[in-house]
Write a protein of this length. Structure first.
Lengths: 182, 182
C-alpha cells in the first residue's frame, strides 16, 4: 500500500491534491489505508493510454530527432518509433538502430503502411506546419511538436508542444523576479 | 500596433486572456488601439529576463545534451552555454563548436570561474540528484532538468523539469480518452 501523503512527497504536491486528482478518474484506494500499489499502477497506465503500444513516426532526423530516437523511456512505455523520415538526401537511406531513414515525401505511405497514430515533429519552424497538415490528412491523431511554432490543424488532431527555449525562459523569468525583489 | 485579439489568435487563446495576462505585469497598451509592438516586445523580454545574457553550463554530453547545445534558439535569447561537462573519459577533452568538454569533477570550479547561474542537466536519472546538489552548493540559481526524476534542492534554487516521456504520455492519454468516448 502507499498513502496519498507518500505519493505527494514524491511528486512535490500535497496529499489532498493527490486524492483529488486521482478521484477525478473514479473511485480509488481505501480511506485511511491508501492505495494498493499494483492496482494504482495498472490504473494510471490505463489512464495514460499505456496499456497498448503506440506506433510513432519520427519526422526530422536532426540532433533533436536523434536524441528522441535514442531516449530509452519512450520504448519502456510502449511508444514504438517505427519510422524515421527526413528531407536531407544525405540522411535518407541511412538507418538508426535498424530503422531506415526514409524520404519525407513518403510520409503518407508510411503512416498508412505502419498504422502510425502519433508523429514526433522535430523539424525547423518553417517546415513544421505543412508536414503537420500532411500527417493529419494521412490519419495521424497526435503530434508531439518540437518546432517553435503553433500548429494550426483540423479539430480532432491532438497537439502537444515542447518549446525548449520557453523552458529556459521560465527559469530566467523566475531568476529575474528574484533579482527584482532584492 | 497589435491587438490583443491578433496576439490571441497567434497564441491559441482569447483576447480577454491576453489582456488579463499582460495586465498582471502592469499597465500595457491603449484601450481600443492595442499594444505598440516594439514596447510590448521590449517589456516581454524584460519580464522573461532576456535583457541580459545568462551564463549556462551543460552537464551531460550525451545525445540530449548534443541536441540542446546545437539548439539555435538558446543563443538567440541570450543563453550562453559557456561550459560542457561529462563524466565519460572518452568525451572529456573533446569540444563542441569550440567549447571544451570538461570533467564533471570540475563542476564547482567551472561554475565559479564562468559565473554560471543556470545548469542544464541532461544526465541519466541516477546521476541527476547529486549533480544538482553540487551545482546548487556551487551557487547555481536555476536548473533545467531533463532527467526523469524530481530533484530535491534547498529553497531558492529554481528547477524546471522537462520530461519527454510525460510529453508523449499527454498525447496517449488524450487519444485514449477519445477512444473511450467512441
Amino acid at each position: 500500500m502507499v498513502s496519498s501523503e507518500a505519493l505527494a512527497e514524491r511528486a512535490g504536491t500535497t496529499g489532498a491534491q493527490v486524492r483529488k486528482d486521482l478521484s477525478s478518474f473514479g473511485s480509488f484506494g481505501t480511506r485511511g489505508r491508501g492505495y494498493g500499489v499494483d492496482p494504482l499502477h495498472a490504473r494510471i497506465r490505463e489512464i495514460l493510454g499505456l496499456t497498448r503500444p503506440w506506433q510513432v513516426a519520427l519526422v526530422g532526423a536532426g540532433r533533436i530527432g536523434s536524441a528522441l530516437h535514442a531516449y530509452p523511456h519512450f520504448r519502456d512505455r510502449g511508444f514504438r518509433i517505427v519510422a524515421i523520415l527526413d528531407m536531407d538526401p544525405a540522411k535518407i537511406g541511412g538507418a538508426w538502430e535498424g530503422t531506415p531513414i526514409r524520404d519525407v515525401g513518403e510520409l503518407e505511405a508510411v503512416v498508412g503502411a505502419e498504422s502510425v497514430e502519433i508523429v514526433i515533429l522535430a523539424v525547423p519552424a518553417s517546415a513544421a506546419q505543412p508536414l503537420a497538415e500532411r500527417a493529419a490528412a494521412a490519419g495521424v491523431r497526435g503530434i508531439l511538436n518540437f518546432a517553435p511554432v503553433r500548429l494550426r490543424l483540423p479539430e480532432g488532431v491532438e497537439v502537444n508542444n515542447v518549446n525548449l527555449a520557453v523552458e529556459l525562459e521560465a527559469l530566467s523569468h523566475a531568476l529575474s523576479l528574484e533579482d527584482a525583489r532584492r
